[in-house]
Design a protein around this ligand. Sequence first.
Ligand code: GTP
Ligand code: MG
Length: 226
Amino acid sequence: MEVSARDRSAFPRGPFPQIAFMGASNVGKSSLINRLVNVRRLARTSKTPGRTRAIDFYLVNRKLYFVDLPGYGYAKVPDGIRAAWKRLVESYLQGDPGPDLGILLVDVRRGPRPQDLQLLEWLASRRLENCVVLTKTDKLSRNRVDQSARQAARELGLPAEAGPLAVSAETGDGIPSLWNVIDRACAARRSHTLEPPTPGGGGIFVAGGAESPASAERTRPGRDRS
Ligand code: GTP
Ligand code: MG
């Protein structure tokens, strides 16, 4: 690993594009990073959710960073740690340079959570390039995966042509397509100009703390956008 950052001073800078992997705890962020680079134990994976507390940066082929963000939504995390997570992740996502692409992972069996939708809207409001990936497709039949992809696209308000990719870290399903998306984001970096984040633009998750499952239900944003 290149850097395990617990505060913003440790975030790497420099010319390499940064690809951020985000999503609920246990969706398979670290496993997907390992599969993409074909190294079994590069990123730490765990059967115990909510383990990762730092942001881990992996320099791949001296070309780009894969950024493994700690997962959210794990109910047993104490409030203090939840607040620290939020500060750390927001300071990274809003920082300079920040990610060139945010890959939002959703468990294909569970579908999107309210926090996924909030995070996606937050990324979009900051013009951060993003894509949604359904993970663990090996757990379902192809039919059920397609069904889940359509459902997730509806819930997240994605246009039909930009539906989620479906991947499996276990079998390698969908990995070449995901690499294509990553390649495009790296190429785009050379031609786009970064917009500064809007000051005081609010947090990733809406005020009132949608991070606990109960309050997340209450603050669930409208799902029937068309
Ligand atoms: P946190 O760091 O806690 O947020 O979790 P994470 O999102 O990094 O998940 P991680 O990669 O550690 O995987 C969690 C569990 O899911 C592990 O037991 C993995 O073996 C399993 N897993 C991850 N990806 C896949 C997959 O594609 N297929 C299957 N069957 N299991 C997977
Ligand atoms: Mg992890």
